[in-house]
Design a protein around this ligand. Sequence first.
Ligand SMILES: [Zn+2]
Length: 485
Amino acid sequence: MQRIAVAGIQHETNTFSSMPTTMAHFIEADAWPGLTQGEAVLAAVAGANLPLAGAVAALEAGGLHVLPLLWASANPSGRVEDAAFEALWAMFESALLAARQAGPVDGVYLDLHGALVTERYDDGDGEWLRRTRALMGEQIPIVASLDFHANLSPLMVNSASALVGYRSYPHVDMAETGARAVGLLQRLLAGEALYLAFVQLPFLISMPWQCSLIEPVARLMYAAEQAETGDILSVSFFPGFPLADVADGGPSILAYAKNTCLAETTAQALAQKVLAAEPEFAGRLWQVDEALSYAKQYTGQGKTIILADTCDNAGGGAGSDAAGIISDGLKMGMPAMMVGILCDPATAQAAHDAGVGGVLLREIGQGRKARGEWRVISLGTGQFAATGPFYAGCQMDLGPMACLQYQGVTVLVSSRKQQAADQAMFRHLGAEPGEAEVLVLKSSVHFRADFGAIASEILVVEAEGDHVADLSRLQYRVCKRRPAS
Ligand SMILES: [Zn+2]
């Protein structure tokens, strides 16, 4: 039985964020498991919508022996500290060497993000793949699945035997992508040769307009999927992560086929479609006051308008702690407004100290803080199972949580930041998001998977935070590409 070493190292690095990503962030669990080594990795990811989980299931179904080495993920934030990256590499390297001492390692599967940046390495995933290749030699297949937001580099492409990207944003196909990567690994193990074509596209795409539920990404992803036929074995379109000022930041296309010519023609054909769609990667960004005024008109009708607080999205490296939109909602006297999830550990602790029914006279959040006499409506441990399609199968651990209310505004507070992309994050505190008339979610796109059906309308709002949506506001120094226009 062939033995395949597997590991997951996931981080999306927002280089515009000043909050460094430390080892402590990898150790603690959030929506995804905390740092896990060895056999325990299998139980930690089993059943979750994670690439590693899908890959393990596919490897086992294919009769391959799985050697789990490591799972390490941290919520998107600023650059990963060198010490953390090197500590994780040391764990992975020693586990891989130990596995090889116990018997041959015939292949490696990695669940990587593709936008990991460290203090030293702008292309952290490329460095990880380069080192893995150096350890394993040229003959052993090394295959990785990558996030939809991977900033693909020549180093990544040349170090791996094959790379495969998600097709959906919200990423509801993460586990499925892990299985697709295993499909290519099995071809390589069987001795098939894969020939690749790699095209980097010349503009950056802002995150809210990368959603695969809307055009143009919906049809571009469909085109990528449809292109996989006959001798064309894998076609990935990576819209990229624009909040990373790195040389290879931006969208790309990667195709594998049974000959170079076919791979090249396929990648170029898709590239032409993406280039032609450039003007469509745009949409209205609402200012907070105009979004709140607009939404207020519809209150009292039993509808839910969602305001996507995209700039404060923890899922793209922001703190999810900005309270300006709450403060403005209070000033405007918004009725039935619900906001989640505000990361404010001190307020969560104060609420637990006061108990249900207690009143906190305090400012909550950061930035333009929201002052009020906040009544504690409910409390939670922050430990619960996700129920939506994006975080499917995940056990959340967000630290002490509280539901607070002042005037018409309800705020759900957590102790660890996490993108508001699952209704269970509200229901854990007894709050029903569908009952809010104005629902403010600290998320850019992932919320659409679980909340889309309850929204009569969705407004993408530009408020405070490091997950900047208007890319023209950013000062790129290293990245060679510029925002789509
Ligand atoms: Zn992503």
